[in-house]
Design a protein around this ligand. Structure first.
Ligand code: KG4
Ligand code: ZN
Length: 426
C-alpha cells in the first residue's frame, strides 16, 4: 500500500510517500519520497508565523513539494506530458474543490493535466490542530487529488503524528512489530502550539492528563528569543547560546564570575542538576512555574514575564548576559517538563516514554529526560524522534494515516465533510 501524506498545519509544507508492507508479524515502512518546504526564512523577517501568510506560501509551495516527492519516489516521469483525460466539467469540479486556494488552483490544474495518475492507494492529510487557513491548503489539495485520482483520504491528527514520528528511523526503511512499544506509554508532546502529557493505552487510545494553561513550551522559546533579539524559531537559537554558556563555564573562561563552582559543573550529567546551573551562578534565577502544583499542567507565561523584567532591570543586553539568560531560561523549561513527565511515568506505571514535537529536538531535554527516567527505572524505553522528524513533517502523518487505514470510519473521499479544525484534540 502506498500512502501519500500532506502536512500544512503551521509553516512547513510537507509531502511524503510511504510504501507500507504488512505481514502477520510486522509492518514494514519504506520512505519512497519526502519533501519539506520550510517558510522559516519568510516568517523570520516578521518574527513569527502569520496564518494568512503561511496559507499563501503553502499554496505556492504545494505543487513543487508534491512533484519533488513523486519524482523521488519515481512515481512520475521527469518529463511532463499533456494528459487531457479530464472533461471540462471535471476540471470545474477540481476548481470548486480548490476554491479557497487562490495561489494553488492554476498550478494544480497544470499539474494534474500533465501528470498521469501515480501508483498511490490513499492520501493522509493533517486536519488539525494548527492554523486553520494553513490546514485548509492541505485538505483542499487532498480532496482535489482524491477526486482526480479516485483514491480515499484518511484525516490525521497532527499530534498523533508527533507521537508516531518516533517509529521512523534515519534510514529509509523501518519496521513496526508488536514488541516495538510497550504500553501503557506516556507521551510528552512539546511544540510551538502544544505542551501536553498524554497517556497512550494503545494506538488510537489517547488521554491528555495535563497541558499548558497559557503559552506552549516552543512558543515560550520563540518569545524569549525575540526578547534577546534572536531570530525565529527561537528554540535552536536559545539552545545554542545556553550551550555556549555551559561550555564557557566548563572550560574555565568564566571562572572569575562563577567562583568555586566550576568543579561541580564538571561532574558527569551536571547539566541536569538545577542547583548548580552555570546561569544561576551569575545571579539569575527564573521561576519553575507550577513545578509543585501536583498535577500535570504547565504554565510558561510567568517565566516569559520573569525574563522580560530581568531584561528591563538589567539592560543593556550584551552577549554574556544573553547567554546567561538563555541558559537559565532553558534550564527552567526543561526542569519543569522533566519533573512533570517523570511524575506521570510514575503515576501511570508507564513502560515507555515517547517525546514528540519541535521542542523534542532540544538536546538538554533529551539528555535530562533519558537520565532521569533511567535513574528511576532502567527498563523504561525512552524514544525521541530522529532529529529531522522532530519538527513538522509529512512522514509522521503517513505513519499515523497507516494506523487508521483499516478503520472504515476514518476513510473518506473528496465528497466528505473533512474540515480543518485548529483546536482538534485527541
Ligand atoms: O512541532 P513544530 O515543528 O511545530 C508546531 O507544531 O508547533 O515545533 C516548532 C517549535 C518552535 O517553537 C521551535 O522554537 C521549537 O519547536 N524548537 C525547539 C528546538 N527546535 C525547535 N525548542 C527548543 N529547542 C530546540 N532545539
Ligand atoms: Zn507540530
Amino acid at each position: 500500500m502506498k500512502i501519500l501524506s500532506i502536512e500544512t498545519s503551521c509553516d512547513d509544507t510537507g509531502i511524503a510517500i510511504l510504501d507500507v508492507h504488512t505481514t502477520k508479524k510486522a509492518v514494514d515502512f519504506t520512505i519512497l519520497g519526502a519533501t519539506i518546504n520550510s517558510q522559516i526564512e519568510l516568517h523570520r523577517t516578521y518574527g513569527g508565523v502569520f496564518p494568512m501568510m503561511a496559507k499563501r506560501e503553502h499554496g505556492k509551495n504545494m505543487i513543487p513539494t508534491l512533484t519533488s516527492s513523486l519524482l523521488q519516489a519515481k512515481l512520475i516521469p521527469k518529463k511532463k506530458v499533456a494528459h487531457t483525460i479530464f472533461t471540462t466539467r471535471q476540471i470545474q469540479k477540481i476548481r470548486d474543490l480548490l476554491q479557497r486556494e487562490n495561489d494553488l488552483v492554476d498550478p494544480f490544474i497544470e499539474f494534474i493535466t500533465t501528470t498521469s495518475k501515480p501508483d498511490i492507494d490513499m492520501i493522509a492529510v493533517t486536519t488539525g490542530p494548527g492554523l486553520e487557513p494553513a490546514l485548509w491548503v492541505g485538505i483542499s489539495t487532498a480532496k482535489a487529488l482524491s477526486y482526480a485520482w479516485d483514491i480515499p483520504i484518511i484525516p490525521v491528527n497532527h499530534m498523533e503524528g508527533h507521537v508516531l514520528s518516533i517509529l521512523a528511523s534515519k534510514k529509509k526503511t523501518f519496521t513496526y512489530t508488536k514488541d516495538t512499544l510497550v504500553f501503557p506509554l506516556i507521551s510528552l508532546l512539546v511544540s510551538g502550539g502544544h505542551t501536553e502529557i498524554v497517556v497512550v493505552k494503545k494506538f488510537g487510545d489517547y488521554t491528555v492528563i495535563g497541558q499548558t494553561r497559557d503559552d506552549a513550551a516552543g512558543e515560550a522559546f520563540d518569545k524569549v528569543a525575540r526578547m534577546l533579539d534572536l531570530p525565529y524559531p527561537g528554540g535552536p537559537e536559545i539552545s545554542r547560546l545556553a550551550k555556549e554558556q555551559r561550555e564557557s563555564v566548563l572550560s574555565g573562561s568564566l571562572t572569575d564570575r562563577v567562583g568555586g563552582s566550576r568543579e561541580i559543573f564538571q561532574q558527569k550529567n551536571i547539566r541536569a542538576e538545577r542547583k548548580y546551573t552555570p546561569s544561576e551562578s551569575r545571579g539569575i534565577i527564573f521561576p519553575r512555574p507550577m513545578i509543585h502544583s501536583g498535577d500535570f499542567d504547565f504554565s510558561f507565561s510567568g517565566l516569559k514575564t520573569a525574563v522580560l523584567y530581568y531584561i528591563r532591570d538589567n539592560g543593556p543586553l550584551d552577549k554574556d548576559k544573553k547567554k546567561a539568560i538563555a541558559c537559565e531560561f532553558e534550564d527552567a523549561v526543561i526542569e519543569v517538563l522533566t519533573h512533570k513527565t517523570l511524575a506521570a511515568i510514575k503515576k501511570h506505571k508507564a513502560q515507555t516514554l515517547i517525546v514528540g514535537g519541535g521542542v523534542s529536538a532540544n538536546t538538554l531535554l533529551k539528555d535530562t529526560l533519558i537520565q532521569k527516567t533511567h535513574a528511576y527505572d532502567k527498563s523504561i524505553q525512552v524514544h525521541f524522534p530522529t532529529q529531522s522528524l522532530a519538527t513538522d513533517n509529512a512522514v509522521m502523518i503517513a505513519i499515523a494515516g497507516y494506523f487508521h487505514s483499516h478503520e472504515k470510519k476514518a476513510i473518506k473521499n473528496f465528497r466528505s465533510t473533512i474540515k480543518a479544525n485548529g483546536n482538534l484534540t485527541f
